[in-house]
Design a protein around this ligand. Structure first.
Ligand code: GCW
Length: 678
């Protein structure tokens, strides 16, 4: 059934002519199978080629005909050793794919320094077939730009997934370690196909139980499944674990007993999982325990854990998503205020993991001011793949453009061209340790992500973690081809539709820099009217600040001065309501309702216009999709169509509710032609 389980690894038959060309380039497969990773690469190639070309090319130990596909490292393949390819600078994970001659016969090689490089190369070769790339005269060389390319699962031990919209956790803790669901292998294949090389198994709101022997054995079983695919296991560590499961009366990071406990715990973990990646920590944020409970700093806490894993080569990813129990003057400022003074105080194996924006995964935020502002600390990107604030699983919102917008944003921290991508790839400040994490959208649903189009967000994340300079449009194109069809009549319209979908969500939810107006707690649907919650920054009115005079959060130099956390000239541009990009206007400024926008409309009219534009875009996506029925199997077509219908209804709900509410402040008529809310 076309239920989406195969993701972008469907390997459906190419048309006859393409299959024939393909077969002439893969007349036989010469690939070693002595190690688990070599077997994974060979098995994937056989599976893919069988599906795409309609015939198993058969394997051979040595090239004995023209058109062989030769896979391996100089150590695993005599043929590749003899070719003397230049593999310098590819590291352990890079590869080359080249058209060559082996013993006088035309061949294609997939070569790397290590087995995992050949696995990545195998997936790349299959992608080339899947997306109809030419196979002649190949000369491709690629390696990942970032070291750590991780999924963060917010999965609890009871299988509930925090902010998960795709069923339960795929980790069946109850049956682990003895039952290793074959699905874990497919998970590893899908991730390896993108180059994702690590997974944090449990929620950052962590249970200390995940560090007990029983759960470590289960994690070790998963690590065993993932290892051949180059994927390491990491765990979220609860800072108070020494008290909760260690029998100590403190978790003070400077207390020698606490330090010893973590060292012993790390030793225990590495005995079970020799390639354990390390810890992810959420501390002193939203009520989680942390070093500040003992008057210590984030650096004290991170360094203690870093010392525990350092002898084993592990890392600590310390999150900068912090906000305290006391209400901040402007929550957007807090992470910067707490972390910048600690720059240079972290151990070498610590990365500070920063969300893309300073509030919380909103449909649009300006880039986080920490990027570029901690030159002596490697910063790791945290994106959210699961759509907590973007309509969960039923709204079609392609996040490739959101990720790209953030990565391309210029921090100006070292002058023009200091993009966020260059901060996290280490090039701006010369860091050796680099990484990107995505909060996973994966669950037990057959289609993994809760909807077919949400698979594209997992896909885009993985591709951008490999190459943060890649193009969201090109990635969407590859995904659409691999997931549905190579027909140009399909790919063009679908990619266009995806590329505008995130702006549409911004328009119908939180246009012009508005943010955090979603339903309280669950974050689904409009609720800009929420006030009087347990704390001011857990209400909507805190963020939009609408009054009869105007709307928006004044973060300018005359307001909270959050703009000062950015480097010049970014700060100057954000500080000026006439210069700030209009998409961020109400993020940084409180603006009168009659403010003149670049369109010539007043702010009020523009706001209404944007809400309506968002709804209209969704209506357009429905039309586009219904016209694409000939290219898509009935099952997946129907699901997407049904979800788009939900999205249109809810976009309308967002528009109507928001306009009705904001109108109680603006007291202005709707612009001509705009339908009043019911
Ligand atoms: O996005 C918010 C979520 C919380 C989450 C928190 C975080 C894991 O609403 O559910 O908790 O951020 O990132 O720590």
């Amino acid at each position: 059934a076309e239920d989406g389980y195969d993701l972008w690894l469907r390997y459906r038959p190419l048309d006859a002519a393409q299959a024939q060309t393909g077969r002439s380039h893969v007349a036989q497969l010469v690939a070693p199978a002595a190690t688990p990773t070599q077997r994974a690469a060979r098995d994937e190639l056989r599976r893919g080629l069988r599906g795409l070309l309609g015939a198993d090319p058969g394997t051979a130990d040595a090239v004995d005909r023209a058109g062989a596909l030769v896979v391996g490292t100089p150590a695993s393949s005599a043929a590749i050793a003899r070719l003397g390819l230049d593999l310098d600078g590819l590291g352990d994970e890079g590869f080359v794919i080249r058209s060559v001659e082996v013993d006088g016969r035309a061949a294609t090689v997939i070569a790397a320094n290590s087995d995992i490089g050949t696995l990545y190369g195998a997936f790349r070769f299959l992608r080339m077939l899947q997306t109809r790339q030419p196979l002649a005269a190949l000369d491709l060389r690629d390696a990942p730009a970032l070291d750590l390319r991780l999924l963060d699962h917010w999965d609890n031990l009871d299988r509930h997934v925090e902010r998960g919209y795709a069923g339960q956790s795929i980790w069946d803790w109850h049956k682990l370690p003895d039952w290793r669901d074959p699905r874990y292998t497919d998970y590893a294949r899908a991730n390896a196909s993108l180059g994702i090389n690590g997974t944090v198994l449990n929620n950052v709101n962590a249970s200390a139980q995940s560090l007990t022997p029983m759960y470590l054995e289960k994690a070790a079983a998963l690590a065993g499944v993932f290892r051949p695919y180059g994927i390491r296991v990491y765990l979220s560590a609860r800072f108070s674990a020494p008290r909760e499961i260690g029998g100590l009366d403190t978790a003070d990071p400077l207390d020698p007993r606490v330090r010893r406990w973590w060292r012993d715990k790390a030793d225990e973990i590495y005995r079970l999982i020799p390639d354990f990646g390390g810890f992810l920590v959420k501390a002193n944020s939203e009520g989680q325990p942390g070093p500040q409970d003992y008057g210590r700093t984030h650096a004290d806490g991170a360094n203690m854990l870093a010392d525990a894993v350092a002898p084993h080569g592990g890392v600590v990813m310390w999150r900068a998503f912090v906000y305290s129990h006391e209400e901040p003057e402007d929550r957007a400022k807090q992470a910067y205020s707490e972390f910048v003074p600690l720059d240079g105080q972290f151990r070498e194996n610590v990365m500070v993991q920063v969300k893309n924006g300073a509030i919380d995964f909103q449909p649009r935020e300006p880039f986080h001011p920490l990027f570029g502002a901690m030159p002596d600390t490697p910063l790791m990107m945290e994106f959210q793949i699961t759509k907590e604030y973007l309509g969960f699983a039923t709204h079609l919102v392609y996040l490739g453009t959101l990720f790209e917008e953030v990565l391309e944003a210029d921090t100006y921290q070292q002058g023009k061209g200091s993009t966020v991508a260059k901060v996290i790839d280490g090039s701006l400040h010369g860091h050796g340790l680099t990484g990107m994490a995505g909060v996973a959208n994966i669950g037990s649903d057959r289609n993994w992500s809760g909807s077919i189009f949400d698979q594209a967000n997992w896909y885009a994340f993985g591709r951008l973690a490999w190459d943060p300079h890649a193009s969201a449009r090109a990635i969407a194109g590859d995904w659409a081809r691999m997931t549905f069809s190579n027909d140009d009549g399909f790919v063009g319209p679908v990619v266009d539709m995806m590329m505008g979908s995130r702006q549409a969500a911004v328009d119908y939810m939180t246009p012009l820099g508005l943010h955090h107006l979603m339903g309280e707690g669950h974050h689904y649907g409009p609720a800009p009217w929420v006030e009087g919650g347990p704390r001011a920054d857990w209400t909507s009115v805190y963020y939009h600040r609408a009054t009869p005079e105007g709307i928006g959060f004044d973060r300018s130099s005359g307001g909270s001065d959050a703009v000062a956390q950015y480097a010049d000239p970014v700060a100057r541009v954000f500080d000026d309501p006439k210069q700030v990009p209009e998409d961020l206007l109400l993020w940084f400024h409180h603006v009168p309702w009659d403010w003149r926008m670049r369109s010539g409309r007043t702010l009020w009219d523009e706001l209404v216009h944007r809400y309506s534009r968002g709804v209209a875009y969704v209506r357009g996506m429905r039309e586009t999709w219904s016209g694409l029925a000939p290219y898509v199997d009935a099952e997946r077509h129907a699901e997407v169509a049904a979800f788009l219908a939900i999205q249109e209804q809810e976009a309308q709900w967002w528009r109507d509710a928001s306009i009705a509410y904001f109108r109680t402040f603006s007291q202005r008529p709707l612009p001509e032609g705009e339908a009043p809310p019911p």
